[in-house]
Design a protein around this ligand. Structure first.
Ligand code: PEP
Ligand code: MG
Length: 757
């Protein structure tokens, strides 16, 4: 190994100690300010700053090559000569994958390649970080040590910050001396996940939600940067005040204030702001410092199992996001995104509608679940959607070719040609199946044993009404009135609402329509509302609870429904009813309005959603007062099993096809039949062919689902013999009395009987 003039300190036998990042950033700043800094200087300062024995900088060259551009501690004669292909060796792999590698024993890594000219034989550990800018990989920076050790998180963060700085230097230098255009990640990547809305999309990826590249990384005026940070903290705090009072008419209530204070305590006491300040004092600009701390938070969050602590860290990350916005602003949405596959961390229904109008072909969301409202909306719009494992948002680059397989549950980035071919064939097969299903459109849904089942639609937008004709559905079993409000960005006035409801009845042409009153709150927030800040918004002040506490809003909607009906039959149901008393109060409001509106509807049916388990224990009272009951399995399941419908980890944990749920439904069927009250299911489960089959066997003869589920469900029901299924179901329920899923054996039975479940 070549000797160097300014060697990093010898490690000897002392305890490992972290590098001095403060001096590192200060010396980098001084060198860069002098205007004479070279890549060799950067390598030298990094080796010193991180107490490493060597450092290397590779930069991208045309033809997807990486060239050794500078080193400290290894053979300088290799500079300009040693070249690696993207994907070759550890350095090539880091460049191709965009991942950081932190290896205690680099030479035993399967991807290690030996290059005699570099002289790295004595080095054991390696920390290699890609140098990326605006989705392009411009090179790799790595440090090495003789001692076999894993670099500490603080060192990893520091090298990542240096790599950001290097990216700016390389980008500024352009092709003239230091770097070429760079290259993107090239390796295919697969992310598994859960299907939210079935379908397959092929297109380019559009990651959204990452802050824009930071223009200025280092500062020689930390004082000014601290002032900028303080101003941003103040702006973010003001935003928080607004956020916490936004949903509370009359200003922040004591509950919301408590929540706000708790949030503030968490975000201000955990030292993260101090970490940001320290990073600024080390010579980073406010944005770079916030970004550095945010990266370390994300890393910590991924390793924390405790959900409470994770939530607290999520609060902090949320605050970090607000700071980034206050400091630099996030990139606005593109005007058009035709054919793109949107990749986001989270997505609310209003944002989903917004993206849909920009032309996206599919969505991959990191944090979502099948019964969340983004998923429901995606299904309604026929937009393939997948909940994908974490990490995809950070890895994907805009324009990467991708396949969103929202059937098999995979997002494939940069697929191999052979894989693309397979998907092309699958897409063709889908077209054939759709044509086969279309033949069921005009058939009544009568099972082999002669039971007639009504298949209804769940809709919420005017643009979905053509599904009535397209699917041959028997009517609308759930019209989610809040969806139009979400799409419009607010609740329309009475005339606007009445016009919408009138149009729905016009389009239904006499087929039954069950309107559900506004079910806002939890994850269905109007644009501009940032949530109430409740600890458990799904169980909070939402839905009918808001309507009963703010009767003017509910009465306006009821008036609009009566006006829109113009004397026609009207069916209205209330969401999230927890007591008969709540139902009665809501129905009284409706009757008070009905008494004033002329022409009166020829028939007025008043029903309730069954989503809150408490209602199951008030059935005699409820059945005496309600004209119909519609079971909302999405919410009912989450409250029955105490399992948040939006938590991906719980998606498959509890099943509608399990003994407790089937028993509950069976009892409900019996009491409703006795009382002569119509019963239907309108949760997402009703649209799954196997679940629909089981519900039909229990005696439920009306199922309401999203449009794309109608024909697959019908295709199964018309071929099924419920009399043959009932004893099998009874046996499976007995065998599954411990509460687990009976989906698999039930599906096996269905397949044996040629049912396409
Ligand atoms: C349900 O909870 O099952 C339901 C149909 O209502 P939503 O999904 O709109 O909450
Ligand atoms: Mg619900």
């Amino acid at each position: 190994m070549q000797s160097v003039a300014e060697s990093p300190p010898k490690r000897g036998k002392r305890k490992p100690k972290f590098g001095d990042t403060r001096n590192l950033f200060a010396s980098l700043r001084d060198h860069l300010a002098s205007g004479a800094a070279s890549l060799a200087d950067i390598a030298r300062l990094v080796a010193i700053g991180l107490l490493a024995d060597a450092a290397v900088i590779y930069i991208a060259r045309p033809g997807e090559l990486l060239e050794l551009a500078a080193t400290q501690g290894l053979n300088v004669s290799a500079v300009g000569h040693t070249r690696l292909r993207a994907g070759e060796g550890i350095i090539g792999m880091v460049a191709a994958s965009g991942d950081i590698l932190n290896l205690a024993d680099a030479q035993n890594h399967p991807r290690y390649v030996y290059r005699a000219e570099i002289g790295e034989e004595a080095m054991a550990s390696m920390l290699a970080v890609p140098v990326k800018r605006a989705g392009r990989t411009l090179g790799v920076i790595a440090v090495m040590s003789r001692e076999a050790r894993v670099y500490a998180p603080v060192e990893v963060e520091s090298l990542a910050t240096v790599s950001m700085l290097l990216a700016e230097i390389l980008a500024k230098a352009g092709a003239t001396d230091m770097g070429e255009e760079g290259f993107s990640d090239t390796l295919p990547r697969r992310y598994s996940g859960h299907v939210l809305a079935a379908g397959i999309a092929r297109g380019q990826i559009l990651p959204y939600g990452a802050p824009p590249p930071i223009a200025r990384l280092l500062t020689d005026d930390p004082h000014a940067e601290l002032k900028r940070l303080n101003a941003a903290v103040e702006t973010a705090n003001k935003g928080l005040d607004k956020l916490f009072s936004a949903n509370m008419p009359g200003g922040a209530t004591s509950t919301s204030r408590d929540v706000l204070e708790a949030y503030r305590m968490v975000t201000q006491s955990s030292g993260w702001l101090t970490q940001i300040r320290e990073a600024i004092e080390d010579g980073l600009t406010a944005e770079t410092a916030v970004d550095k701390v945010a990266r370390s938070l994300r890393d910590r969050m991924r390793r924390i199992a405790d959900p409470y602590l994770r939530e607290r860290l999520a609060d902090i990350e949320d605050m970090v996001g607000r700071l980034m916005v206050a400091l630099g602003g996030m990139a606005p949405k593109p005007e058009r995104a035709d054919g793109y596959i949107l990749l986001v961390r989270r997505l609310g229904p209003a944002d989903l509608l917004d993206w849909h109008s920009r032309g996206i072909a599919g969505i991959a969301i990191e944090e979502a679940s099948a019964s969340g409202h983004a998923a429901i909306l995606a299904r309604a719009l026929g937009l393939p959607a997948l909940q994908v494992d974490r990490g995809a948002v950070e890895t994907a680059q805009e324009g990467d070719p991708a396949i969103l397989d929202a059937e098999g549950g995979t997002l494939i980035l940069r697929p191999e040609p052979a894989v693309t071919e397979v998907y092309d064939r699958a897409l063709e097969a889908r077209t054939v199946r759709a044509a086969a299903l279309a033949t069921y459109r005009d058939r009544a849904t009568v099972t082999k044993d002669g039971t007639e089942i009504k298949l209804m639609l769940n809709v919420g937008l005017a643009l979905e009404l053509d599904q009535l004709e397209r699917t041959g559905a028997d009517g609308i079993g759930l019209y989610r009135t809040e969806i139009a409000a979400l799409a419009a960005g607010g609740i329309p006035d009475v005339a606007g609402q009445a016009a919408e409801y009138g149009r729905v009845l016009d389009r239904a042409q006499g087929k039954p329509v069950q309107f559900r009153t506004l079910d806002l709150g939890a994850d269905k927030l109007l644009p501009g509302e940032a949530g109430s800040g409740e600890e458990n918004p799904a169980m909070g002040w939402r839905s009918l609870r808001v309507g009963l506490d703010r009767p003017a809003i509910l009465r306006r909607q009821l008036r609009a429904l009566l006006l829109g009906a113009q004397g026609r039959k009207l069916s209205i149901m209330f969401p999230m009813v927890a007591t008969v008393e709540e139902f009665r109060t809501a129905r009284d409001l409706l009757e008070a309005e009905a008494a004033r509106i002329r022409p009166a509807p020829e028939e007025l049916e008043v029903g309730t959603m069954l989503e809150v388990p408490a209602l199951l224990f008030q059935l005699p009272g409820l059945l005496a007062e309600a004209d119909f009951i519609s079971v909302g399995t999405n919410d009912l399941m989450q409250f029955l099993f105490a399992a948040d419908r939006g938590t991906p980890e719980l998606v498959d944990r509890y099943d509608t096809l399990s003994a407790p749920v089937l028993e509950l439904l069976e009892k409900l069927v019996i009491v409703c039949q006795e009382a002569g009250v119509a019963l239907s299911i309108c949760g997402e489960a009703a649209g799954r062919p196997l679940d629909a089959l089981a519900f039909a066997a229990l005696g439920i003869t009306c199922l309401s689902m999203s449009g794309n589920a109608i024909l697959p469900v019908k295709a199964v029901l018309v071929e099924a013999d419920l009399n043959a299924l009932r004893p099998v179901l009874r046996e499976l329920r007995r065998a599954g009395a411990a509460g687990g899923s009976i989906r698999e054996p039930l599906a096996a039975w269905a397949r044996e009987h040629n049912l396409a479940v």
